[in-house]
Design a protein around this ligand. Structure first.
Ligand SMILES: Nc1ncnc2[nH]cnc12
Ligand SMILES: [Zn+2]
Length: 359
């Protein structure tokens, strides 16, 4: 139950999710089911892969982003076919629906699949079917964001972008943007400048993970040399007040992932999240789940954890919801619909609250 009598408001608040890796929604149970179906032997030299329960126990002990990424890349090896990717996406959307998600912008890592022999077309076709079904069956709009991986080379990243552009996937609406994720210990953000400049010149939306474990300079480089329109994580932005001011003035959306930052030891506890600092500095941010199957909670759990720690007011949550819509990469018409959903939700909640007693 959240603070401030806002639990019911948060549960049904129409939400936008901007930072969700679809491969990070693969639960240990689903992983074992897929391994069986696809006749894949799970890693025998790691006792964590003995059962879904042992895997979950291991997930609770992540020591860093790189420690997590090792399991994240290993686990996704059970995804082979178009229906595997469609089911993965649909399972996420069904869970997200229960958490009040109405619009989701979803990352995927094509290179992590093509490197093990699964074609780009298979991955995209499956995810696209999942997105189409989410719209039709659940009323959730979505945008697929293709990620390049810092764990791979810059020339790999160039190929990912080239393949997606040649397939016409940005112009036909299959893909809605370019992202960058993976270890922050490999290279520097500026190494990927050419890839992101190509995307900018082709009018492709751009975002990058920065300031998750890395310093605020990674955030300024992402904004400057990679021309990103959003920052994923951006937790360490609070360490640079001048940069924080710039991000606020330019209304750049920072896609925070609180439970992820705790699980991967970027922070020890929720009180270290820069939520209050961002609100005071007028930084626009959204709250997201990142890799919910690994970090113990989907988007609503992240919202509630933030509320339990920071006790935000109704007005502050309304601002968060509005900024999340404003920073989304959907059509202007969809933004109007989303704003209307949030407005109606707020009005209904406000009118259901008891009036303060008259003196
Ligand atoms: N939290 C995270 N940071 C960087 N890369 C990721 N890929 C999936 N989750 C990630
Ligand atoms: Zn992420």
């Amino acid at each position: 139950m959240c603070n401030g009598g806002l639990h019911s408001f948060l549960v049904t608040l129409p939400k936008c999710e901007h930072h969700l890796h679809i491969e990070g929604t693969l639960s240990p149970e689903a992983l074992f089911d897929l391994a069986k179906r696809n006749n894949i032997k799970l890693s025998q030299d790691d006792a964590a892969f003995a059962s879904p329960a042992t895997l979950l126990e291991r997930y609770a002990k992540f020591s860093s982003l790189d420690d997590f990424l090792h399991y994240y890349f290993k686990a996704m090896e059970v995804l082979l076919t178009e229906p595997d990717f469609e089911t993965l996406a649909m399972n996420y959307f069904e869970t997200a629906k229960k958490d009040g998600v109405v619009h989701a912008e979803v990352f995927f890592d094509p290179d992590a699949h093509t490197k093990r022999g699964i074609s780009y077309e298979t991955v995209v076709a499956g995810l696209r079917k999942g997105c189409e079904r989410a719209q039709k069956e659940l009323g959730i709009s979505s945008v697929l964001i293709v990620c390049v991986l810092r764990n791979h080379s810059v020339s790999d990243a160039k190929s990912v972008l080239e393949v997606a552009m040649k397939a016409g996937h940005f112009s036909n609406g299959t893909l809605g943007g370019l992202g960058m994720s993976g270890s922050e210990k490999v290279g520097k953000p500026e190494d990927w400048e050419e890839v992101f400049t190509t995307a900018k010149n082709a009018k492709i939306h751009r975002t990058a993970h920065a300031g998750e474990e890395g310093p605020p300079e990674y955030i300024s480089t992402a904004l400057g040399r990679l021309h990103t329109e959003r920052i994923d994580h951006g937790r360490t932005l609070a360490e640079d007040p001048e940069l924080m001011k710039e991000v606020a003035t330019k209304q750049i959306l920072v896609t925070l992932c609180p439970l992820s930052n705790i699980c991967l030891r970027g922070i020890k506890q929720m009180s270290e999240m820069p939520i209050r600092k961002f609100i005071d500095a007028k930084v626009h941010f959204s709250i997201n789940s990142d890799d919910p199957a690994y970090f113990g909670g989907y988007i609503l759990a992240n919202y509630c954890s933030v509320q339990e720690e920071f006790n935000l007011s109704l007005g502050e949550w309304e601002d968060i919801a509005e900024h999340a819509i404003q920073g989304s990469w959907c059509s202007a018409e969809r933004k109007r619909e989303l704003k209307n959903l949030v407005y109606k939700h707020s009005m209904k909640f406000r009118s259901s609250r008891p009036m303060p007693a008259r003196r």
